[in-house]
Design a protein around this ligand. Structure first.
Ligand SMILES: C[S@@+](CC[C@H](N)C(=O)[O-])C[C@H]1O[C@@H](n2cnc3c(N)ncnc32)[C@H](O)[C@@H]1O
Length: 162
């Protein structure tokens, strides 16, 4: 059953087309309002498995246009990024009308976006790798929001309450 959840995700200039496709697929599975692709727009059709034609995709050629889009739409940016000013995602309370921003594989979330963000969250890591894959990070953050915003299906809510 299709349901739209009040959450958006933005992909900042990903280089890897499989990451774009994979995140569109997660966004669709999680019933997100939209995926905003900032900068490079190609995605891997195999990784998206058709989700690209079922999901609202908005294209913003530049960071400035993206920021204008967010301001105009009353979005609160929540950047998903490791950094000194980041909060642990598992203790974070999301603002209203959030848009999760996921950074480029090489350069991360641009400073301009971090400065405009209502919150910056990191996903705790315990091993040796420097960071998670971009699409994986986005997927974890999307489902963290789902869990905290009572957006689960009834049958799963019952399981969790035990
Ligand atoms: C492969 S990382 C790029 C890291 C980049 N080289 C840097 O130093 O900023 C790609 C994106 O995945 C997300 N990411 C990866 N690991 C993360 C973590 N542990 N917590 C939050 N975001 C993470 C961020 O959005 C990041 O911009």
């Amino acid at each position: 059953m299709k349901r739209t959840n009040d959450l958006s995700v933005a992909i900042m200039n990903f280089n890897n087309e499989s990451n774009v496709g994979g995140l569109i697929r997660t966004a669709n599975a999680a019933g997100l309002k939209e995926v905003v692709i900032v900068g490079r727009k190609k995605w891997n059709i195999g990784a998206a498995t058709g989700a690209q034609s079922l999901t609202k995709i908005v294209r913003m050629p530049t960071t400035e246009e993206f920021l204008y889009y967010c301001k105009d739409g009353g979005y609160n940016l929540v950047s998903v990024e490791i950094g000194e000013d980041s909060s642990n995602i598992f203790y974070y309370s999301y603002p209203e009308n959030p848009i999760l921003v996921i950074g480029n594989e090489g350069t991360g979330v641009p400073l301009r976006i971090l400065e405009a963000s209502k919150g910056i969250v990191y996903i705790p890591q315990f091993g040796e790798v420097e960071c998670l894959n971009a699409a994986t990070s986005g997927s974890i953050a999307i489902y963290d929001w789902i869990r905290k915003n009572n957006a689960l299906e009834e049958k799963y809510k019952i399981i969790i309450s035990f």
